[in-house]
Design a binder for this molecule. Sequence first.
Ligand code: PLP
Length: 371
Amino acid sequence: MIYADNAATTQLNKVAFEAMIPWLLDEYGNASQPYAFARKPKKALAEARATIAKCINAQPEEIFFTSGGTESDNWAIKGLAFADSDKRTIITSAFEHHAVLHSCYAIERLGYPVVYLIPTAAGIITAESLRNMISDTTRLVSVMFANNEIGTIQPIEELCDVAHSNGALFHTDAVQAIGHVKIDVQKLGVDMLSASAHKFNGPKGIGFLYIRKGTNTIPYADGGAQESSYRAGTENVASIVGMAAALKENCDGMDGHIENIRALEHQLLSALSDAHIPFARNGGDNTLPGLISLSFAGADGEAILHRMDLAGICISTGSACNSENTEISHVLQSISLDEKLAKGTIRISLGQGNTLDDVDKIVCALIKILK
Ligand code: PLP
């Protein structure tokens, strides 16, 4: 089996797995209890929070553990909308992940105005498009760090500047990007940032929301006093420890990983060109390492996916959440991709486990299917 769907999920890092074991077996105490047996898990949570904060240049108390990207996005959007404010408008983009889009639809049904910015054909939300729509009623701007289907990295620092200079807050869904490209919340200036461990070789069902100190939001879950009373519920210590270990591993080795994955990406694209397979790469040059969205005019992306599956290769047609849906994804629609190209689109997402041999086999299988 060749796994080339790392944007859907990644393999758990061995260091992260080993870091998790003690908290699953022996050190199972509830971190909120006052006795000695709870002290170690409590300390482990504090250390994990500090490790994660350091990776993105935040303060530990600005990191709030959640169950993953979906929860972090829901909290960012709804928490800000429902916090007291005269300002009610939210601006987001039309090609966000459904975790953001559906949260926006939910608050729209409650009467909050939402504006959806349209990306350029190259898959970028420009500062100019934000400047045209922002007003003094805008409470929050939410634009993803990198798109999960076409990989385009957004000009977050610039967009954040526009939001702040108009008195609005800024959230970014960095689920696809964190652990794969450098992220510094001070440099970016963002007020909130969503992350999910299973996208950076951590365990599934765990993530975090960075909330800049002083941001006026409301608790995501009411109950116990965990997460400074902002997200109640007994902490998943093992997964939190695994998430911190995975993020540290990825951040420490980032330059080397990027170099390797870019080399694989280059090999894949040049082998396809050498084989005279006509294709268009969506998203252009400024994309996440290894995320390759390819369109083959007149081909059927679904059929390619299934034939690749028969050859033992996992790829995708779009985001994991869309794979059952044969319609053109909202992302490809938002960049106005020609229907013939859109229907023939696949997403190959290479990760740390992939090799040159994998790439050769992926290309051979594609040539067989497309020639
Ligand atoms: N945001 C983006 C950009 C994603 O790609 C995903 C998952 O595919 C999510 C949010 C949801 O994250 P999770 O699977 O942790 O709920």
